[in-house]
Design a binder for this molecule. Structure first.
Ligand SMILES: Nc1nc2c(c(=O)[nH]1)N[C@H]1C(S)=C(S)[C@@H](COP(=O)(O)OP(=O)(O)OC[C@H]3O[C@@H](n4cnc5c(N)ncnc54)[C@H](O)[C@@H]3O)O[C@H]1N2
Ligand code: MOO
Ligand SMILES: [Mg+2]
Length: 395
């Protein structure tokens, strides 16, 4: 049995740099960027008018008087030019600031009048020279690094990729993942279980969790039969990069997976981690770079092991190092790291608080409905006080 930190280290050490592929921008969300992205132009690329109104030249003194409207510049038109310091150009939000102007005044702060066939604007309110202009390069300089390879692409990243003109993007190729449930007691979801059977649920849960990070997976099921497992897993290993198996890794007489996997040439990296749930976790690798996770069958263990080990292996997980404050005292005596199911919320003081969800152990997957994640209570202690802060593993 090895400690949690060591198990995670071994899992992360087994990662290899995946091949890359080009995908259309609309298929990018959830994928991991495989190239650096630089600004092809300044952000914004020109002095951008931010209010509908007029652009004029102000030096801080000449606010009085009327400004003759010389022209109008709409968004999408080339930059206009102010001819006279006593004039103004009508401008719309998104237009290029006309040459010779330095300030934009919005319509709400102007009064218009007509004299001798010309329109004039006078200022109704105080004006700060330079106002209402989004200056060229103010956000990012041309050529600056906007996104680094390895970034997970979410909606803000898509906006950046779009604005630098990338209809397709290099991302890391998703691994081919096969989810395999094992167990003679498990029937499929369209079947009616006999009194001693249950429907399999956790491979569907894992498939959903993978989909949330943009990874498609195959779902298979195998009976608790050592030779059958050997033959089928041999095939799945050939066809896929990663196998995620559930059940059959503990001390039961039909828990064949550890033995079968080693017979298949999968090198065991570890079996059993000093944690609850998920103690029987098995992880191995092959000489040709494939990874096999054999997750304990109890559904809460399965899911916890997915979040803690498989998801980071796939390059996904929460940003930063989330923590939460324990809401009440917890006593946990076993000499194990305890991943406690919790529901978190923000209290009035802005603290991220974790409320333990008792549930009835690692078979109680209905307890995950209210759950938002797991609080990681460290090994070597038994008493955890209300108000203490611990690492938090969100869904
Ligand atoms: N003598 C010991 N017994 C057990 C130990 C131990 O250390 N010594 N560990 C316990 C722990 S902890 C866990 S977790 C389980 C893990 O067992 P397995 O990985 O061998 O899983 P199974 O025995 O096949 O199944 C356990 C449990 O989970 C249900 N299950 C399995 N797969 C699914 C699925 N796809 N969907 C829904 N439910 C599933 C299965 O029916 C069993 O009830 O072992 C303890 N025993
Ligand atoms: O890993 Mo087991 O989940 O403690 O039931
Ligand atoms: Mg078992």
């Amino acid at each position: 049995m090895i400690p949690v930190a060591e198990a995670l280290e071994k899992v992360l050490a087994a990662r290899s740099v995946p091949a890359t592929e080009s995908v259309p921008l609309y298929q990018c969300p959830g994928r991991i960027l495989a190239e650096d992205i630089a600004a092809d132009r300044a952000f914004p690329p020109f002095d951008r008018v931010t209010m509908d109104g007029i652009a004029l030249w102000l030096d801080g003194r000449a606010e009085e008087g009327m400004y003759r409207i010389e022209a109008t510049t709409y968004a999408g038109e080339p930059a206009g030019k102010l001819a006279s310091r006593s004039g103004a150009v009508e401008v719309m939000t998104g237009a290029v600031l006309p040459e010779g102007t330095n300030t934009v005044v919005r319509y709400e702060d102007l009064a218009f009048s007509e004299h001798f066939g010309s329109r004039f604007a006078s200022l109704k309110a105080g004006v700060v020279p330079g106002q209402n202009i989004h200056r060229k390069g103010e956000d990012r300089a041309e050529g600056s690094l906007l996104l680094k390879a390895g970034t997970r692409i979410g909606s803000p990243e898509v906006a950046i990729l779009a604005t630098v003109g990338r209809p397709s993007v290099q991302v890391y190729r998703n691994p081919s993942v096969c989810l395999v449930s094992t167990g003679d007691e498990l029937v499929d979801i369209h079947e009616t279980p006999l009194p001693h059977q249950i429907r399999r649920s956790s491979t569907y849960q894992l498939s959903a969790a993978l989909r949330e990070i943009g990874i498609k997976s195959d779902i298979q099921h195998l009976r608790d039969d050592a030779d059958g497992l050997f033959r089928a897993l041999q095939t799945y290993l050939r066809q896929h990069d990663i196998l995620i198996l559930t059940g059959g890794v503990s001390a039961g007489k039909k828990d064949y997976l550890p033995e079968v996997l080693e017979r298949l040439g999968v090198t065991r990296q570890f079996h059993q981690v000093a944690q609850r749930p998920g103690k029987p976790l098995w992880f191995g690798t092959t000489a040709d770079g494939k990874a096999v996770f054999a997750l304990p069958g109890n559904p809460v263990s399965t899911f916890l092991c997915f979040l803690k080990y498989v998801r980071p292996f796939l390059g996904h997980g929460p940003k930063g190092k989330p923590v939460a404050t324990l809401s009440e005292q917890v006593i946990f005596k076993p000499d194990l790291t305890y991943f406690m199911p919790v529901a978190t919320y923000y209290n009035e003081e802005g603290r991220h608080v974790a409320r333990p969800l008792k549930g009835s152990g690692s078979g109680d997957f209905a307890n995950l409905l209210e759950c938002t994640g797991f609080l990681e209570l460290p090994v070597g202690r038994t008493d955890f006080a209300a108000g203490e802060v611990f690492p938090y593993l969100p869904f």
